[in-house]
Design a protein. Structure first.
Length: 76
């Protein structure tokens, strides 16, 4: 897979290195797990901290599926 250019907003979460889309998703999950942002009651939801809230268009919580769509908007 070809490396994707990462927006500055997403780079604040995973770093600015151009990497394939699959690695972007992997790094976002590493960040979520490291900061314990997965919702305890419903594991399919992600509770955003300030950095992720910027990536998630200001939303406090998103589903895994919505997260993938929102991250795509930060890749080119």
């Amino acid at each position: 897979m070809k490396p994707m250019t990462i927006s500055p907003t997403l780079a604040a979460v995973i770093g600015a290195t151009a990497i394939p889309r699959t690695e972007v998703t992997k790094k976002v999950w590493e960040y979520i797990k490291k900061h314990k942002l997965q919702d305890e009651a419903n594991k399919r939801n992600i509770n955003a901290d300030d950095k992720l809230k910027a990536v998630f268009d200001g939303k406090k919580q998103v589903s895994m599926f919505e997260m993938t769509k929102l991250i795509s908007g930060h890749l080119s």
